[in-house]
Write a protein that binds this ligand. Structure first.
Ligand code: GDP
Length: 325
C-alpha cells in the first residue's frame, strides 16, 4: 500500500500533517492504522510518556502548560494527547478547558491533540496508546497524556504512561477517594495543586502518610507495578502562578532516571504490552464469535426440541467456528 508507506515515511521525518492524519486513522480505527503502526514501531520507545490525571478543574491543563514550557526550554520536542472520556467531541477540537495549553500552538515542536470517547470507551485507551506511538515515531521525545477524572477508563489510559502524575486539590482531596479509585497503585508522583487554598498542607501530609504506609503494606505487593525503592513524592504546587512546578518537572526527571537505571522501564513496558496483547486477543475473539452468533449456523442450531438443547455444546461449537474464521 503506497499510501501507507508514504504516510509512514513523512511521519518519521516529523511532518506534522502526516502525524495528524496518522492520529486520525488510529482514532477512527481505520484499517490503515495497523499498517502504519507496523511501519513505524521500530522507531518508537525513546519518548518518555508522562500521564497526568485528576478531577476536572484541579489544574491539570495549567500544569501541563508549565511542564511543556520547561521541556521546551530544554529543547525537547513535545507531544500532548488530551483524552476526555466523557466528551463526544473530538477530531482535534479544542476542548474548553484545554485552551490554556494552546499558547504553545504556534510552536511547531509542540503538538497538542484532543481525543474523545466517541461511544466506545474501550477503544479510547488503545487509540491514545497508538497516538503516543505515532508522536514518539515522529520525534517527540517528551509526551504528555492528560485525562480527566479517575475512573476505570482513565486508569486504563494511564497504563500507557511511564510516569503517572495524579493531581488533587484541597477541595477534592479526600484521601479515601484516592484509595477507592485504585489511584495509589498507579501514581508515581502526587501533586496537591491550589496550595493557596486552605487545607492544602494537611492534604499533602495525609497523602504522604498514605503513600508511605502503602509502600510497606501487603496490598502494594499485589499492586500493578512494583516500585522498588521509589516512594511517590507529594508536591504542593500553585500552578496559576507557576509555584513549585520546577519541583514537579524535577520529580518527573528523577522518576525517568530511576526507571531506566533499575530496569523498571523495560519491566513496566513489557507488562503494558502483555496487557495490550491480551486486550486485542479478547476483542478479536469476541468479534469473531459475534459474527458466528449472528450467522445462519446459530439459527440452525436452535431448531427442534429447545428443551434438549445444550447451550454449552453450542457455545463450544461457536467458539471453534470463530477460531477458524
Ligand atoms: P483542569 O480541568 O484540571 O485542566 O484544570 P485547569 O488547569 O483548567 O484549572 C482550573 C481552574 O483552576 C482555572 O481557573 C485555573 O486558573 C485555576 N487554577 C489552577 N491552578 C491554581 C492554583 O494553584 N490556585 C488556584 N486558586 N487556582 C488555580
Amino acid at each position: 500500500m503506497p499510501a501507507v508507506s508514504d504516510l509512514a515515511r513523512r511521519l518519521l521525518l516529523g511532518d506534522v500533517r502526516a502525524l495528524a492524519r496518522g492520529i486520525r486513522l488510529v482514532e477512527e480505527r481505520d484499517p490503515m492504522a495497523e499498517g502504519l503502526l507496523r511501519r513505524v514501531l521500530a522507531h518508537t520507545g525513546s519518548a518518555h510518556v508522562v500521564g497526568i490525571t485528576g478531577p476536572p478543574g484541579s489544574g491539570k491543563s495549567t500544569l501541563c502548560d508549565l511542564i511543556i514550557e520547561c521541556w521546551r526550554r530544554e529543547n525537547h520536542r513535545v507531544g500532548v494527547i488530551a483524552v476526555d472520556p466523557s466528551s463526544p467531541f473530538s477530531g482535534g477540537a479544542i476542548l474548553g478547558d484545554r485552551i490554556r495549553m494552546q499558547r504553545h500552538s504556534g510552536d511547531a515542536d509542540v503538538y497538542i491533540r484532543s481525543m474523545a470517547a466517541r461511544g466506545h470507551l474501550g477503544g479510547l485507551a488503545s487509540a491514545a496508546r497508538n497516538a503516543i506511538r505515532l508522536l514518539d515515531a515522529s520525534g517527540r521525545d517528551r509526551c504528555l497524556l492528560e485525562t480527566v477524572g479517575v475512573g476505570q477508563s482513565e486508569l486504563e489510559v494511564m497504563q500507557t504512561a511511564d510516569t503517572t502524575i495524579v493531581v488533587t486539590t484541597p477541595s477534592s482531596g479526600d484521601a479515601v477517594q484516592i484509595i477507592k479509585a485504585g489511584i495509589l497503585e498507579i501514581a508515581d508522583v502526587f501533586v496537591v495543586n491550589k496550595a493557596d487554598q486552605p487545607g492544602a498542607p494537611r492534604v499533602a501530609k495525609e497523602l504522604r502518610e498514605m503513600v508511605h504506609s502503602a509502600r510497606f503494606s501487603a496490598t502494594s505487593l499485589h499492586g500493578r507495578q512494583s516500585r522498588g525503592e521509589w516512594e511517590p513524592p507529594v508536591i504542593l504546587t500553585q500552578a496559576v502562578i507557576g509555584d513549585h512546578v520546577d519541583e514537579l518537572v524535577d520529580a518527573i526527571d528523577r522518576h525517568r532516571e530511576m526507571l531506566s537505571i533499575t530496569g523498571e522501564l523495560v519491566r513496566r513496558r513489557a507488562e503494558q504490552l502483555r496487557a495490550e496483547v491480551e486486550a486485542i486477543v479478547v476483542e478479536r475473539a469476541a468479534e469473531r464469535a459475534r459474527k458466528v452468533l449472528h450467522g445462519e449456523t446459530m439459527a440452525a442450531m436452535l431448531k427442534g426440541d429447545l428443551g434438549s438443547i445444550d447451550p454449552y455444546a453450542i457455545a463450544n461449537q461457536i467458539l471453534e467456528q470463530g477460531a477458524e474464521g
